[in-house]
Design a protein around this ligand. Structure first.
Ligand code: SF4
Length: 100
């Protein structure tokens, strides 16, 4: 969840292996991996929005490395991005990397 919205859903192993929302990916990259303690942690830039004063469009846009102009114009719906996988991101097709 981000800013009060479900942004990704799926089987735990699949979400951890290949996150399809930039916020999920950011969370995984900022968390320690005890199987790979040498991995550098990458913090998510910025801060969560004030839920009483949310920006128009995708609430993650000010912090997102995948943001495009259309992201700030309307809210991305939670939609199926693969069998059994849901993500609320216009650009989820660009998140194809499998995390080791
Ligand atoms: S919809 Fe756009 S701003 Fe929101 S998470 Fe996806 S790429 Fe980032």
């Amino acid at each position: 969840m981000y800013a009060g919205h479900i942004v990704e859903s799926g089987r735990v192993k699949e979400v951890f292996r290949q996150p399809r929302h930039p916020y999920t990916r950011g969370l995984l990259e900022s968390a320690p991996d005890f199987d790979r303690p040498e991995r550098e942690l990458v913090p998510i830039p910025g801060f969560p929005p004030n839920v009483a004063d949310r920006p128009e469009g995708c609430p993650f846009a000010p912090r997102c490395g995948y943001v495009r102009d259309h992201c700030t114009q309307s809210m991305p719906p939670l939609a199926e991005v693969a069998p059994g996988r849901l993500a609320a991101c216009f650009e989820s097709h660009r998140l194809t990397e499998v995390l080791a």
